[in-house]
Design a binder for this molecule. Structure first.
Ligand code: TXE
Length: 471
């Protein structure tokens, strides 16, 4: 067993009074423990954050400075954080290192971001300015697919805007986030970032708690609904980043071999455990067999192994429930007449390993097409009429990201903007995930956006300052 990392409250470690097991997804066995936060300990974290807010809100330059120091500290800790992330999440070590690197980039982006004053009037009649005021304590709740970067999408803008935070990672992946809290004890004033861990009921306690003025949540649509209900009681501000069932629409002039690599990785990055992964492909009948085979060839040859194995490109799924869900959705598709052009079953080894799977011969109305699979199984659906494909791509309750694939860039862009999603892309999927662009879902994929100035403003309330001119 690894050392139990501590929760961070008020700038120091909070002694662990109860703990729960953390499972290694590559073996299915417990390999560490994490603290199980009690309601009393959560109160202490909220109080510490509320007290820190009094001074943290005042000095923007000091906040920028702290974020820069945090970025340096994080960059220096990649050799300890990345292996922890791989151990608890399952992803290959190089991907874990990249996640730490991206988290550093997000911190630096927000530290360097210039926020111009918004002066609407300044003349002989008077003065009017729109200010962005920090909210107070933010309760941040994150999932298990990208524990560090998704936490940083919240930490960096919320803190830069002058808020303080109580952060809770998923019980499946608490360790790297707890370690981040320990690391930042050295660079942030006490109480600015508090990190607690616990099972799912801790999330509900946080959203119902009277202290936070905002909840920032990334996770499933079902839990997002509960979070929104809970926030309604005292009108907490809310950002929800929920799931997606993202379509890729291939046009009839595309070359299957040309697009196969980027399309494959658009779907299988992080083993498909990515809100913005391609979750279904619509391909014209004329290209269908060639595209299925090009994708299947990549699925058959990609190296799946433990995250620490040299050359592994995909690891195991993160947890038993997700493994069971992917297994069930693929079995359901096969039962209803689909063909597995690649994969189609778990790998015969301990842990939550699943063979990268390409499914053909299925259509809308099959569960794996209509629901978010969040795993390494991609359905490819044939279409005859493009308008019909666009309509099917737009069906369902999600609208996170989408892509269109064609050498005719204007035609592809025209089709892309007919897709109902927060980000659309041409000949690539997910290119718009950057610190300086807004990321958020249409329909039930979310509420509000993260990243860029738009995301930062989500951690503020507007305040209008007016005065009459001197007479
Ligand atoms: O998510 P949950 P789960 C999707 C994906 C997956 C499904 C379930 O389809 O199959 O969600 O995953 C905390 N109040 N995504 O069950 O429950 C929980 O402790 C407040 C998409 O792991 O949404 C964790 O920290 N918080 C997603 C966080 O919510 C609560 C990424 C997410 O857990 C809570 C992950 C409650 N009542 C899964 N119950 C994406 N958008 O990328 C739980 N939590």
């Amino acid at each position: 067993m690894h050392r139990i990392p501590q929760m961070t409250v008020g700038g120091s470690a909070l002694p662990t009074t109860a703990a729960f097991d953390v499972i290694d997804p590559a073996t299915g066995e417990p390999f560490a423990q994490a603290p199980d936060c009690t309601p009393d300990q959560l109160d202490r974290a909220m109080t510490a954050a509320a007290e820190a807010f009094r001074t943290w809100r005042r000095d923007d330059d000091a906040r920028r400075d702290c974020l820069r120091k945090a970025a340096d500290a994080l960059e220096g800790a990649v050799d300890t954080l990345a292996p922890l992330l791989t151990a608890e999440q399952g992803k290959p070590l190089k991907d874990a290192r990249e996640e730490v690197g991206n988290s550093v980039a997000w911190l630096r982006y927000y530290a360097d971001l210039d926020l111009p004053r918004e002066i609407v009037q300044d003349d002989e009649r008077g003065y009017a300015e729109v200010l962005h005021r920090p909210l107070g304590v933010v309760a941040a709740i994150t999932p298990w697919n990208y524990p560090l970067i998704l936490a940083m999408w919240k930490i960096a803008p919320a803190l830069r805007a002058g808020n303080t935070m109580v952060l809770k990672p998923s019980p499946h992946t608490p360790l790297a986030t707890l370690a981040l809290g320990e690391l930042f004890q050295q660079v942030l004033p006490p109480g600015v970032l508090n990190v607690v861990s616990g099972r799912d009921p801790l999330g509900a306690l946080m959203t119902a708690h009277p202290v936070p003025r905002k909840i920032s949540f990334t996770g499933s649509t079902a839990t997002g609904r509960q979070v929104a209900r809970s926030a309604a009681d005292d009108i907490k501000r809310l950002t929800l980043e929920l799931g997606g069932n993202d379509p890729a629409v291939v046009l009839d002039d595309a070359d299957p071999q040309e697009i196969a690599d980027l399309l494959f990785w658009g779907a299988f990055t992080n083993n498909g455990q990515l809100c913005l992964a391609v979750k279904r492909v619509y391909a014209p009948e004329s290209l269908y067999d060639d595209l299925v085979e090009a994708l299947a060839e990549r699925a058959r040859t990609v190296r799946v192994d433990t995250g620490t194995a040299e050359g592994a490109l995909l690891g195991p799924l993160n947890n038993r429930a997700q493994f069971d869900r992917v297994s069930e959705l693929v079995a359901d598709a096969l039962h209803h007449g689909a063909t597995a052009a690649a994969g189609g079953a778990p790998l015969d080894r301990p842990g939550y390993f699943y063979a990268p799977t390409i499914l053909s011969g299925l259509s809308d109305g099959t569960r794996i097409v209509d629901e978010e699979q969040f795993g390494p199984a991609l359905p490819v659906i044939a279409y005859r009429d493009l308008d019909d494909a666009v309509e099917r791509a737009n069906s369902g309750d999600h609208g996170l990201t989408a892509s269109v694939w064609s050498p005719d860039l204007d035609r592809a862009a025209e089709v892309a903007t007919r897709l109902d999603a927060g980000q659309v892309a041409v000949n690539v999927h997910g290119l718009g995930v950057r610190p300086d662009l807004p990321f958020g879902g249409h329909k039930q994929s979310g509420l509000g956006v993260e990243n860029g100035t738009w995301g930062l403003h989500g951690y503020t309330d507007l305040q209008v300052l007016t005065r009459l001119a001197k007479s």
